[in-house]
Design a protein around this ligand. Sequence first.
Ligand code: UDP
Ligand code: MG
Length: 139
Amino acid sequence: MTGNITFTMIKPDAVEANNIGPILAMINKAGFNILAMKYMRLTKEQAGQFYAVHKERPFYGELTEYMSSGPIVAAILTKPNAVADYRQLIGATDPTKADEGTIRKVFAKSIAANAVHGSDSNENAQIESNFFFSELERF
Ligand code: UDP
Ligand code: MG
C-alpha cells in the first residue's frame, strides 16, 4: 500500500447527474490512487449500518432513505495523508460552506445530497473500507 487510505462513496445524487467520471477525474488529479472500487446499491438497512454513528441525529432517517435511493460508487483511495487530504478535496458537509473548487462545491445539490462521502479518521477509514471490500478486492 502506498501512503494511507481513506474510504469514499460517490452518492446517489452525483451518480444520477452523470458525475461519476468528473469526480473520479478530480480524485486522480489530486494524487489519489484507487485501491478498490465497486458500483452498487445499498439497502436501507445497509445504509443504516454504515451511518450507525448518526442514528440519534434528526437527519438519520432521511439520510439512510437517500443513501439507498439509487446506486453509489464505493472506493478505497490511497495517498500519503489520505484522510485529511481527501476531506480538504471534498469540502464542507454543507456545500454552501464548501471552498471553491472542492468536489462538494462543484457537484453537491444540498447538505444531504452532497455528492460524496469521505472518512473522518484513519480508524473509520479502516472500518468503512472493511464494510465494503474484502482483501481479494484490493489492488
Ligand atoms: N447530513 C444531513 N444533514 C445534516 C448533516 C449531515 O443530511 O445536517 C448528511 C450528509 O449527507 C452528510 C452525512 O449526513 O454527508 C454524514 O454527516 P457528517 O456530519 O458525518 O458529514 P460528512 O462527514 O459527510 O461531511
Ligand atoms: Mg462524516
